[in-house]
Ligand binder design. Structure first.
Ligand code: HEM
Ligand SMILES: [Cu+2]
Length: 615
């Protein structure tokens, strides 16, 4: 088998050719205009864009559409490629949502690990005061890179959970638009290449890339802008696909309020992604053309205003923080009833609270800008709207408590991670109102307290639930059980490690540690705190390596799991593990409530052939 038969290899070659071609083209045009051929910014920008397109052509993500335009038949191919080993389908364009889900999830994990590695490096630098082995500029680039690599990891991992689970939970054959699904996944890969290029060329303005730093810094910024642009396009197309799938492809009897609750979380998430991502795309595009063409959107000397960028950026990026956590909160609600053997408390309230969080999330962006110099009176409405988010979030907490209350609880690894998630999300959530209160925020803004706040919300709302999901659906995906002892060890190292890191970050923040600064004055008395945070960081990293080992190792030697080891009622557990190529041998019908665990005689779905017609 030749390497070229792998789609990803052809894609990377396509990206290389596209980039080189775009650069050459720009230089040629410049020469024809009588300008010197080389000018870093425009040459790279055209190269980056054509490179991304080159990847998509090379990998084959648009081939079917081209064929279709020429009038050639394009039947959907099912199953592994006939002439190649089965694993190769994961490295090329494949239309099966389960393959795409795994592609997303593994890519996401890789990005989380890359992002985490940068953190471990600069965290080691911070353990002691004084610079040890990074220069100030390297520190900044690594810090920004940690942020964006981790965010890529989060977005892509969420794509993994949604693509794998949603069609299965609906008893559907696949996503509504399988080709679009593959296209949306493959947009991420050239984006990752660009992102890694950004570290090489450097950029040093944190993940929020405020101008004027981002309009003046090195060309690495352009790499970041287009990386995020491609990633954002993937978000928009993926969310469109998920919304159509959920609204159009439910089985008979599955009304919206009888869907597995994770699907509600995905509805809320997708609504945000479909409507808000354009704002970050636009703001990054404006930064890019300000640099290339000298347009002065954010430059006061040319009539622009730097604060405009902050508005555009946060109008997306605050709702985006709910994109990062809503799916995870959905996972918590999904898994808790299974291991409590009790109905999910207040199903409708949980479902609607996700949508409420998504909607209110659009009204709070100004809480990131209390000290930006915008009109003083704006602080009050943004403070109040931010506090309002606590209401639907509180609904979730009460309903989780109501679910476990009096249940027959068992504690395998997924359940431990779910309970860990709740505890960590609570620490993060409670630090939110402290920041939303204007007088305290004036003091805490740009301090390590903020760093502690959002790491706790993101670990509680995404990382812990994502790990819970990995352990929980691992037997469904592979047909084998993971090693329970290693799983528990992972949990018992990571959770206390994380509490320590989080509370440590908040404490040094209150004591005067600024964020995004390579060094600090030992007189602040925060060195012991930093040493503890660094040790905790290493412990967390080590525990995650344990999980990776567990996942690989158990795929070979884990005991056979059977169809439904957790005794779940959800549709995907009623079919064999691993799930066959065509998931459901016969259509399903929903005849009851999804979470009536422990109620005698209750049934959720029937696998018997369904009568015709939709609800
Ligand atoms: C639901 C999960 C949440 C996530 C994922 C999250 C995430 C974040 C992130 C990433 C930042 C820092 C952005 C930056 O400057 O780089 C941040 C800041 C902030 N968060 Fe949250 N947050 C969450 C919940 C909340 C809640 C519930 C509140 C208030 C009730 C809140 C209030 C704030 C405020 C006021 C800031 C700005 C602090 C400052 O920069 O001075 N957050 N959050
Ligand atoms: Cu916010």
């Amino acid at each position: 088998m030749s390497l070229l038969s792998l789609g990803i290899v052809r894609g990377l070659i396509g990206q290389l050719v596209g980039t080189a071609g775009g650069m050459a083209l720009t230089m040629l045009i410049r020469l024809m205009l009588g300008l010197p051929a080389w000018k870093e910014e425009p040459v790279w920008v055209v190269g980056l864009i054509l490179g991304g397109i080159g990847f998509l052509i090379g990998v084959g993500a648009v081939s079917d559409w081209f064929k279709w335009m020429k009038g050639i038949e394009t039947p959907l191919h099912h199953g592994p490629p006939a002439d190649k080993p089965a694993w190769t389908r994961y490295f090329g364009v494949d239309y099966n949502h389960k393959v795409i889900g795994i592609q997303y999830a593994v890519t996401g994990l890789v990005m989380l690990i890359i992002g985490g590695s940068f953190a471990v490096i600069f965290r080691t630098e911070l353990a002691r005061s004084g610079l040890q082995f990074l220069t100030a500029n390297q520190f900044n680039s690594f810090l920004g890179m940690h942020g964006w690599a981790a965010l890529f990891g989060i977005f892509i991992s969420i794509g993994g959970m949604a693509n794998y689970l949603v069609p299965l939970m609906l008893g559907a054959e696949d996503m509504a638009f399988p080709r679009l699904n593959a296209f949306a996944y493959w947009l991420n890969v050239p984006a990752i290449v660009m992102l890694l290029g950004a570290v090489y060329f450097g950029w040093d303005a944190g993940w929020t890339v405020y101008p004027p730093l981002s309009t003046k810094g090195p060309v690495g910024f352009q790499f970041l802008f287009y990386a995020v642009f491609f990633l954002g396009m993937s978000s928009i197309l993926g969310s469109l696909n998920l919304l159509v799938t959920i609204f159009r492809m439910r089985p008979p009897g599955m009304s919206l309020f009888r869907m597995p609750i994770f699907c509600w979380a995905i509805v809320a998430t997708s609504l945000i992604q479909l409507t808000a991502t354009q704002l970050i795309g636009m703001s990054f595009l404006m930064l890019s053309v300000e640099r290339v063409l000298g347009m002065g959107f954010f430059d006061p000397a040319k009539g622009g205003t730097p604060i405009l960028f902050q508005h555009l950026f946060w109008f997306y990026s605050h709702p985006a923080v709910y994109v990062w956590v809503l799916p995870g909160l959905g996972i918590i609600s999904e898994i808790l009833p299974v291991f409590s053997r009790k109905p999910l408390f207040g199903y409708r309230w949980i479902a609607l609270s996700s949508v409420a969080i998504a909607l209110v999330g659009f009204l709070v962006w100004g809480h990131h800008m209390f000290v930006s110099g915008y009109s003083d009176y704006l602080r009050v409405p943004f403070m109040i709207s931010t506090m309002l988010v606590a209401v639907p979030t509180g609904v979730k907490f009460f309903s989780w408590l109501g679910t476990i209350w009096g249940g027959k609880i068992s504690f395998p690894t997924p359940m431990l991670f779910v309970l860990g998630a709740i505890s960590v999300f609570l620490i993060g959530g409670l630090s939110g109102p402290i920041l939303a209160t204007v007088p305290t925020d004036l003091h805490l803004h740009d301090s390590y307290f903020v760093v502690g706040h959002f790491h706790a919300t993101i670990f509680g709302g995404f990382v812990f639930p994502f790990f819970a999901a990995i352990y929980y659906w691992y037997p469904k995906i592979t047909g084998r059980m993971y090693d329970e002892r290693l799983g528990k060890l992972h949990f018992w190292i990571m959770t206390p490690g994380f509490w320590l890191q989080s509370i440590g970050q908040m404490s040094v923040g209150v004591m005067g540690m600024r964020r995004r600064i390579a060094d600090y004055d030992p007189a602040l008395g925060i060195e012991p705190g930093h040493i503890l945070i660094t040790i905790a960081g290493f412990a967390i990293a080590f525990s995650i390596l344990l999980m990776i080992y567990n996942l690989f190792h158990s795929a070979d030697v884990g005991e056979l799991a059977g169809a439904n080891p957790w005794r779940s009622r959800s549709p995907e557990w009623q079919i064999p593990s691993p799930v066959p190529e065509h998931s459901y041998a016969s259509p399903i019908t929903v005849v009851g409530e999804p979470y009536d665990y422990g109620l005698a005689g209750s049934t959720y779905i029937r696998m018997a052939p369904a009568s015709a017609g939709h609800d």
